[in-house]
Design a binder for this molecule. Structure first.
Ligand code: ADP
Ligand code: ASP
Ligand code: MG
Length: 426
């Protein structure tokens, strides 16, 4: 008998029919003798609908009240799932995040989990209940409702698995595992049976939405055995089959895992700001980026051109949703440095990242990437690298073309990736 946390995302609970299927799947695990904690998202589209409602009232909704509204989607699903389980003759109890006492900080709309009170869940499990917990939410030390950022139910699930020392955390979703890139964009993307923790951490941080980045951080910190698998299979398939399916996140540092490139992540949520012709003197980057940081805006890539006549162009990227705010800050705080042409901004860019732990020991991944894009006539606007990834910025309209070309060029559609990749590199 094991303690299993299962998480079902928006599509997986997108209709009452699907919720009944989730109940059948959960009941199967419980009947087999396992203790099951289920974390659910809101029904698909519901969180967007709630946020849009808030924006109809206030263009930039008050963050505390936005969390009060946005967290309600999950409350509907937990209740419906508990009913569906009871209809199957199982004992079940549903809880919101604050009811469990998932304690977070007070950063509304992007709160971090600090502590989880597990005693009530343990009691319910001992009494034979399936415990159903609303994902995406918690409360701060004063009892205010908080949410964990979009996609946050993944984090609720992995954090609960860590707090309760679960044997496994199963993330059920609308694809059958983690692929080399988003299978909705590259039709011959390949499902991976295993993925190294570092790689999925990087992919998640670079915009691949299959797992929220913080859930991967929790999985790594507490070594939670985590598997991503499909919720759309027959709910009655044998447990042994289900346990072998999907993609397992691995933590071991195996040589076998050291493929050069294991995946491609991309994100449209990017915007570029350029201050042309600013003085190339000490402190200028601090002056510009310091004011941006003070406004709580995260900067991603930064490029400063070579100096000419003591002047330089300074560019950086921010999340697209922060662009207006960032431009206002620049105009207010950095105005003495803004030339006649003003500040330039480009909201139609995308970031593409090639990720792989094997890059550490091989030069040339970046060069190959640039060659592929040159052959497709795609202009690269910015570049950053780390030990295990190369990221570039391109015009958004070329994003899908670039992702497909790179996926092919790095042999990611092939079974024997490492061999194929090393051959391609020579
Ligand atoms: P859920 O509602 O279950 O949390 P999400 O929509 O948040 O599901 O995440 C699953 C989606 O992530 C898939 O439908 C897929 O389009 C997308 N995705 C992006 N990158 C990948 C990848 N590398 N592997 C699998 N899915 C990916
Ligand atoms: N319902 C929330 C969202 O849409 C959380 C989640 O689905 O993980 O972002
Ligand atoms: Mg998700």
């Amino acid at each position: 008998m094991a303690l299993i946390v299962q998480k079902y995302g928006g599509t997986s609970v997108g209709s009452t029919e699907r919720i009944k299927n989730v109940a059948r799947r959960v009941a199967k695990w419980q009947k087999a003798g396992h203790d099951v904690i289920v974390v659910v998202s809101a029904m698909s589209g519901e969180t967007n609908r709630l946020i849009a409602l808030a924006q109809e009232i206030q263009k930039n909704p008050d963050p505390r009240e936005l969390d009060v509204v946005a967290s309600t989607g999950e409350q509907v699903t937990i209740g419906l799932l508990a009913m569906a389980l009871k209809a199957l003759g199982r004992k079940a109890k549903s809880y919101t995040g604050p009811q469990v006492r998932i304690l977070t900080d007070n950063a509304f709309t992007k709160a971090r989990i600090k502590e989880i009170d597990a005693h009530r869940i343990r009691e319910d499990l001992e009494n034979g209940n399936v415990v159903i917990v609303a994902g995406f939410q918690g409360c701060d030390s004063e009892g205010n409702i908080t949410t964990l950022g979009r996609g946050g139910s993944d984090t609720s699930a992995v954090a609960l698995a860590a707090a309760l020392k679960a044997d496994e955390c199963l993330i059920f979703t609308d694809v059958d595992g983690i692929y080399t890139t988003d299978p909705r964009v590259v039709s011959n993307a390949r499902k991976m049976d295993k993925v190294a923790f570092e790689e999925i951490l990087e992919m998640a941080s670079l915009g691949s939405k299959v797992l929220q980045i913080r859930s991967v951080e929790f999985a790594g910190k507490y070594k939670v055995p985590t598997r991503v698998l499909s919720s759309l299979t027959d709910p009655d398939i044998p447990i042994e089959e289900e346990e072998e399916s999907g993609t397992l996140i691995t933590f071991e540092d195996s040589k076998m895992e050291r493929v050069l490139v294991s995946g491609i992540a991309f994100s449209r949520n990017e915007a570029k700001i350029t201050l042309p012709h600013v003085p190339d003197v000490p402190g200028i980057a601090y002056k510009i980026l310091g004011s941006i940081a003070e406004a709580n805006i995260e900067v991603d890539m930064i490029v400063q051109n070579a100096s000419k006549d003591g002047m330089t162009d300074f560019s950086f990227t921010v999340a697209r949703s922060d662009l207006d705010k960032a431009l206002k800050v620049i105009e207010k705080e950095v105005s003495p440095y803004i030339q006649e042409g003003g500040v330039l901004s480009d909201p139609s860019i995308a970031k593409i990242s090639v990720v792989g732990v094997g890059m550490r020991s091989h030069a040339g991944v970046a060069a190959k990437m640039f060659k592929v894009l040159a052959e497709e006539n795609i202009n690269i606007k910015m570049i950053t690298t780390s030990e295990i990834r190369v990221s570039i910025i391109v015009d958004e309209k070329y994003m899908e073309l670039a992702v497909r070309a790179l996926h092919k060029a790095f042999g990611l559609d092939k079974e024997t990736r490492s061999m194929e990749q090393s051959r391609l590199m020579h």
